[in-house]
Design a protein around this ligand. Structure first.
Ligand code: F6P
Ligand code: MG
Length: 440
């Protein structure tokens, strides 16, 4: 398309995309295979001979997949019968068309975003084709472990939330704003803890994030938090208590807790009356939240042997019960599309998001999809990179883990490169980047 840069791809040898496909994806697949193998005795054998066969069969499909990645084989059409199978196969045709005479769509030659998403869908296929283990989440172990390893940080955060909630009535407008900013930052930095960048290695929040917020401030490259706040304030309507905020979730573990705490504050302060959470419909990018993770996390928080943590858990449970909070999934979130395609390719979801007063997009993968995962110049505006996507005022809360960043000041990107060559992928930097469809 005219003027739109090409997508990041592993065909750039040595790039982060290249290293991801060469090293990280095979490592993730090896871990998945190992997990299935180790879980054999406790899970699959319950199903007798059929379970043992399913385990073997799944492992063999996954080993084959790993080999396809490593030898840059063409992507294959999906053979299962899930709700989204047809869409995936059509998407492959679309990409095949884009490749023109450059051969077939393959791991190292095509768009990184597409092939990386496709890998997770192929894992889902391997599991789904073997009925006794259909519901098995190959990443569950890592997710629960990372939740437990973050216990101290979760307790500190829930205690902080309790203190705010206790004094809520007495807070001045500026104190309310301070608390909002703090919890927005905790949710932002919570995005450091994903298990995809670490290829499944432990990556949890060990210490209270509240203590390090001010020292992290210089690492925020774009900070539009004032616009997020003014959107929340100006959307308030007389006679109606609060607005609707949607949170497009990213990772389970500490990050999810940090999102729930922010959502709790938005409701208890009266800023929001309703929160819609959006999660994934199957295990995705190692640590992303599925419906099971979502409920499990609330359950675990309730059951914690810590007064304020369990109080928070009970509050969250009742928000869910009362419908103040709700969880939604949609197949589009586990497809490889750029978000500018959402209006055409998932119009029901686009319409649903239009009902929000503010949409928060958590994490790196959502940022890649917002901007199409393309080689944009650093100074191109976020509005331009969104290419018309804008169902509602939106904000990306993202730590940088891919070679894409827009909306920087002239010279800012070059300066960062000279100071810290890996600034785009080492997860140390972050953005709070806002866009409002009205401002165009
Ligand atoms: O390769 C690292 C990576 O998998 C990126 O591809 C991806 O964007 C990111 O990690 C996942 O990060 P997040 O959980 O923040 O979306
Ligand atoms: Mg993630």
């Amino acid at each position: 398309v005219n003027g739109v840069p090409s997508p990041l791809s592993a065909k750039v040898v040595g790039s982060f995309a290249y290293l991801t496909i060469r090293d990280r994806l095979p490592t993730i697949l090896t871990k998945v295979i190992d997990t299935i193998h180790r879980t054999k005795n406790t899970f699959f054998e319950e199903y007798g001979e059929e379970g043992i066969q399913a385990e073997k069969q799944t492992i063999s499909l996954l080993s084959k997949l790993r080999n396809e990645v490593q030898t840059d084989k063409p992507l294959l059409a999906l053979t299962d019968d899930l709700q989204d199978t047809e869409t995936w196969n059509q998407y492959m045709q679309r990409h095949q068309g884009l490749q023109g005479d450059q051969g077939s769509v393959s791991w190292f030659k095509s768009a990184w975003l597409y092939v990386e998403c496709y890998m997770y869908r192929r894992i889902q296929e391997a599991v789904w084709l073997n009925p006794p283990i259909r519901d098995f989440d190959v990443f569950n172990e890592g997710k629960t472990q990372s939740f437990f390893e973050s216990q101290q940080a979760v307790m500190a955060l829930c205690t902080h939330l309790e203190e705010i909630n206790k004094s809520m009535e007495q807070l001045s407008r500026s104190q309310l704003l301070d608390n909002f900013n703090t919890l927005l930052l905790v949710s932002l930095w919570g995005n450091k803890c994903d298990l995809s960048i670490s290829a499944g290695q432990e990556n949890s929040q060990k210490t209270s994030p509240l203590d390090s917020l001010s020292s992290l401030q210089p690492f925020i490259l774009v900070d539009d938090s004032n616009m997020v706040w003014s959107t929340l304030i100006s959307a308030q309507r007389p006679g109606q208590s609060g607005v609707r905020v949607d949170i497009v979730l990213d990772n389970a573990g500490f990050e999810l807790v940090s999102d729930l705490v922010l959502a709790d504050f938005l409701v208890s302060s009266g800023l929001a009356r309703e929160i819609h959470f959006h999660g994934k419909s199957f295990p995705w990018f190692v640590s992303d939240v599925t419906v099971k993770d979502f409920h499990w996390t609330i359950q675990q928080t309730m059951a914690a042997n810590h007064k304020w943590m369990s109080k928070s858990g009970f509050q969250w449970k009742s928000y869910m019960k009362e419908g103040v909070w709700s969880y939604h999934d949609h197949p589009f979130w586990t497809q490889p599309h750029e978000f500018c395609d959402m209006a055409a390719d998932a119009s029901d979801l686009y319409t649903r998001l239009q009902g929000a007063d503010l949409v928060l997009f958590k994490g790196d993968l959502n940022y890649r999809k917002l901007t199409g995962d393309r080689y944009w110049d650093y100074t191109v505006s976020f509005d331009t990179a969104l290419r018309g996507f804008g169902p509602a005022p939106l904000c990306s809360l993202r730590t940088l883990k891919a070679n894409i960043q827009v909306g920087l000041q002239p010279g800012q990107g070059e300066k960062l490169t000279s100071q810290d060559p890996d600034w785009m992928t080492n997860g140390k930097y972050a953005v709070i980047q806002f866009h409002s469809p009205k401002s165009e």
